[in-house]
Structures are given as structure tokens and as C-alpha cells.
Design a protein around this ligand. Structure first.
Ligand code: FAD
Length: 487
């Protein structure tokens, strides 16, 4: 244990962010570098609990007290090795994970939890700076070839693990560059793209092949891929957005959030020379949906110079502390204010959208909304809402982003052509990551439904283990991966 009294001596200290005025001028990461002694003190707050709930809070089962102890002893190499045993990409989770580990930290019962996410980020950044994150070329080749379709965090994690196990891996990606939502969904102010490039370079140097602009099922034949590989893992994400089929949906200026975010990310990646065709400078923007995607639209709109940004949400405003429905160590359903909200945004809850209003040229001019009241319906045995009489109003706007979540993966293409069975939510149905075709596996949002980066990494790792077992009869990826397998 690092320091038995650390949690009494030190208060939780989080990364300081650049000022709002400064960060709105660029798309760079908002947080400033941390002083090393701050990290040591923060790791000292870990109590090395008898039952470390943070392990099970983390979908990867990260060995948090162990790496905290190594950081406290300033043995960064050991900390890196411990972290790498369970997490292929701490540089992503250390920046953008909502940190369920912190929500289940025992210190959080009556104090502020340990800053696990930031400690993780510092460990991996230190490891990269020291040159410890190296290509993994030392392995015995199995002679098996695996195709990974989709290069988001699930596909990348599956590829890294399968490569470790000795298989030859090719990742097919339909976009111009690899990374999935890490690159084209999540904005740079949360995750700069050099972080993604840096990891992909290590993977390529290890011998993993990336084939981009390969839209499998469209410009690349899935049957050809099937014939060339011993197994396939589908990691295509959950890409079909939930629409709002209300009057005026066709108005010019109503977009899906991902259309906006992808164009913005590509604009930044291309050096910001040619403005994308969705650009909100001087416009009044409404974001429908209160989740991560909606918050990313808020931050991006403010950086593009929107005249105003309003975010509306159907659900009621959450409280600021846990209730008896979400006690520790469960994920707290409390109000979340992201850095994007701090940058300027009108937030409204318990709002239902009624119709999009357009002018004679078809351009959006406003959104008609109504306030709603939520109550438990004893007959239906669930919460339901009623409209608040007289609360109907129009919010003037020229742009609306629909950020109402994602329904399921795209069926047309690979799923149809291979005859892959789906579950009752429309996601790929699997048993231990294996689909109805024994040589085809699935992981990430495509299997689980829209989720988190940390879950996608976890799913990619688990699917890799299932494939390894399917091909070899037994998997050396089983259990906690030992550090000599670190990539
Ligand atoms: C805007 C936004 C912000 C988010 N922010 C966060 C956050 O801050 N923290 C967090 O933890 N989670 C966040 N998430 C969720 C997280 O990004 C996803 O859960 C995660 O990326 C899912 O990983 P995946 O690998 O399953 O799929 P994806 O990341 O969606 O990757 C799927 C990849 O498959 C490719 N593909 C699909 N079909 C084909 C095909 N036929 N041929 C070839 N390639 C194909 C796609 O182009 C894509 O690159 C966010 C999601 C969105 C949309």
C-alpha cells in the first residue's frame, strides 16, 4: 500500500483545464499537463482496499491499487506493465472514459474518489515518453489469418490481442483512416488525433495490416475476405442513428449529430482550410439529446462560433447526489456537466419536440417544443410523461442536431450478405462473442449496442480470446494477460 494515511493527508485534485476563452479559440485538448508530485500524492490516496470495488467497476478489470502503489513508489515501468496487462489503450480511456472505476472507488463512500483516470493517463504518457511502448515483434506465429472489420476501439483491441496470440491480423476500415469513433466521432478537444495515430503506428510496426477505404460488403467482397481468413471479427459499431420523425424533419438545417461531428473532425484533420458543408458560425443551434454525443455537438458548435447553443433533453433533470436507486458502488445517475457545457450552453430538461418549423425556401427557422412532467404510472408500472398545459413554445434556430442515440448496426452489407443473426434489439447475436457462423465473431457496439470506449476495448479483448480458443483449442490470452505480452 502506497501511504496508509494518504487519503487523510491529500485532497482529490483534478487536472486543471485551460480557460474557456483560450480553449474556444482552438480544438486542442482542454487539460493542462500535471506536475509529477501531484500524481504521486493522488496515488497515495488509494487505500488498497481488501475488496477493491474499482476492479469490478472497470469493464477491463484494471488492477488499480497495484498501479497506484507503483506510481507512489515512482516505479513507472512497473505501473505501465500492470496497466498494460488489462488495458491495451490507456491513452484513450485515460482521456475520455467516464471512469466507472472512480464511481465505485471505496474512498468515494464518504470522500472524493481517487483520480484513477488521470493516474492512468500519466502512466501511459510517461511510458510513451520513455519509449517503453514498443512494437511487439516477439511472438510465435500460429499460421492463422484473421480479418477484423472496423477499426474503432473494439476492432483495435481485438487486433492487438489476436496479434499477441501469434495470429496474422488484417484490419479493414471503410473510412480514410483507422480509429472509428475515436477519430471521427469524439472531437479533438477531448482526444487529439495524434494520440490515435501514435497507437496505430505501434500496431503497424508490430505487423498488423490496416486496409482503409475498404467498405466491406460494398466496395470489398465479404465472401473474398471469408475465403482468405480463418476467422472474422465484426467490429463495425452501432451506426444507425435514432431519428425524430416529426413534422418538418426534411427542413434544411436539421442534421444527425454524427454528420456534423464527422465533418468537423475531418475538417480539423485536413488542416482547417476548406469549411465543411455543415458549419454553424453565426447560427442559433439546438442540440436534441443530453448525452455525450450531444455535449460534443455543443463544444464543437461553440468552437465554430455559433450565435447560441441550446441543448434539450426529454428526461427530467437529474439530481446532484445518489439516491437509493443508485447507491455506491453503482454508476450514479446524477447531473453531469461536461467541459463543453462550461463553455456556454443553455440546457433544458423535460422537453419534448413537437415539430420543425421552416420558411418558404425550406430552411429551418425554429423548433416547437413542449414541457413535460414525469410521473410513475401505476397501471403501466413505469415512468411516463404528460405535456404541461400551455407550455408549448417555439425556439428560433437555423440548425438542429439530432443526438438521440443509435439504434443498431447497419444490416445492409455484411450482416445481410453473410446471413448473420441479430438479437431482439437488432444487434449482432452472439454466444461468447461467436455468431451463428462459427468462424465469425463480433464485438463492441455492433454486438453490445451503443456503449463506451472502455467497453469496446473489453469486448475486443474478450472476442480475441474466444477466437484464439476456437482456432487453437486453448488460449494463452486467457485470464489476466502477463506483461511479456505487452504491446
Ligand atoms: C460523438 C460520440 C462521442 C462519444 N464520446 C465518448 C466518450 O467520451 N467516452 C466514451 O467512453 N465513449 C464515447 N462514445 C462511445 C464510443 O465512442 C463507442 O462506444 C465506441 O467507439 C464503440 O467502439 P466500436 O469499435 O464498437 O465502434 P466504432 O468506434 O463505431 O468503430 C466502428 C468502425 O467500423 C467501421 N465500419 C463499419 N462498417 C464497416 C464495413 N462494412 N467495412 C469496413 N469498416 C466498417 C466504421 O467506419 C468505424 O470505423 C462516443 C460516441 C459518440 C458517437
Amino acid at each position: 500500500m502506497s501511504d496508509p494515511k494518504g487519503f487523510q493527508k491529500y485532497q482529490r485534485a483534478v487536472l486543471s483545464a485551460r480557460s474557456v476563452a483560450e480553449r474556444l479559440q482552438d480544438y486542442k485538448e482542454i487539460y493542462q499537463p500535471t506536475a509529477p508530485d501531484m500524481i504521486k500524492n493522488q496515488s497515495a490516496r488509494c487505500m488498497d482496499c481488501g475488496v477493491p470495488f474499482c476492479h469490478s467497476g472497470c469493464p477491463l478489470g484494471n488492477l488499480i491499487p497495484d498501479f497506484n502503489d507503483a506510481v507512489y513508489r515512482e516505479d513507472w515501468q512497473e505501473a505501465f506493465q500492470i496497466l498494460s496487462e488489462t488495458n491495451n489503450f490507456p491513452e484513450f480511456t485515460g482521456r475520455i472514459c467516464p471512469a466507472p472505476c472512480e464511481a465505485s472507488c471505496v474512498l468515494g463512500i464518504n470522500n472524493q474518489p481517487v483520480t484513477i483516470e488521470n493516474i492512468e493517463k500519466q502512466i501511459i504518457e510517461h511510458a510513451f515518453a520513455q519509449g517503453w511502448v514498443m512494437a511487439n515483434n516477439y511472438r510465435v506465429e500460429s499460421g492463422k489469418h484473421i480479418a477484423v472489420i472496423g477499426s474503432g476501439p473494439a476492432g483495435l483491441a481485438a487486433a492487438a490481442q489476436l496479434h499477441k496470440a501469434g495470429h496474422r491480423v488484417t484490419v479493414y476500415e471503410r473510412n480514410e483512416k483507422a480509429g472509428g469513433l475515436l477519430r471521427y466521432g469524439i472531437p479533438d478537444f477531448k482526444l487529439e488525433k495524434w494520440v490515435v495515430d501514435r497507437r496505430i503506428k505501434v500496431m503497424e510496426e508490430s505487423g498488423i495490416t490496416f486496409v482503409c477505404n475498404a467498405d466491406v460488403g460494398h466496395n470489398m467482397d465479404i465472401k473474398e475476405i471469408e475465403a482468405k481468413h480463418d476467422a472474422i471479427v465484426l467490429c463495425g459499431g452501432s451506426t444507425i442513428p435514432r431519428d425524430l420523425n416529426i413534422e418538418g424533419r426534411e427542413a434544411v438545417g436539421v442534421h444527425f449529430a454524427m454528420d456534423f461531428l464527422e465533418k468537423s473532425n475531418k475538417y480539423i484533420d485536413a488542416g482547417m482550410e476548406t469549411l465543411p458543408d455543415i458549419f454553424v458560425q453565426g447560427k442559433n443551434v439546438i442540440v436534441i439529446g443530453g448525452g455525450d454525443t450531444g455535449a460534443d455537438c455543443v463544444g464543437t458548435s461553440n468552437r465554430q462560433g455559433a450565435a447560441s447553443v441550446t441543448q434539450i433533453e426529454l428526461l427530467s433533470k437529474p439530481g446532484t447526489s445518489r439516491t437509493d436507486k443508485d447507491p455506491w458502488p453503482l454508476w450514479p445517475m446524477t447531473l453531469r456537466t461536461s467541459s463543453s457545457h462550461e463553455e456556454g450552453c443553455q440546457r433544458e430538461w423535460s422537453i419534448q419536440t413537437k415539430r420543425f418549423i421552416k420558411n418558404e425556401t425550406g430552411q429551418l427557422t425554429g423548433l416547437e417544443i413542449v414541457e413535460i412532467a414525469w410521473a410513475f404510472d401505476t397501471e403501466k408500472e413505469r415512468y411516463d410523461f404528460t405535456e404541461v398545459a400551455g407550455s408549448q413554445r417555439i425556439i428560433p434556430c437555423e440548425i438542429v442536431f439530432i443526438a438521440a442515440g443509435f439504434l443498431h448496426p447497419q444490416k445492409e452489407g455484411i450482416i445481410d450478405q453473410l446471413g448473420i443473426e441479430l438479437d431482439n434489439r437488432g444487434n449482432v447475436a452472439t454466444q461468447n462473442y461467436q455468431t451463428n457462423l462459427p468462424h465469425v465473431f463480433a464485438a463492441g457496439d455492433m454486438r453490445r449496442g451503443q456503449s463506451l470506449v472502455v467497453w469496446a476495448i473489453s469486448e475486443g479483448r474478450e472476442a480475441a480470446r474466444a477466437i484464439d480458443k476456437y482456432l487453437m483449442g486453448v488460449s494463452k490470452l486467457e485470464g489476466k494477460v502477463v506483461s511479456d505480452l505487452v504491446m
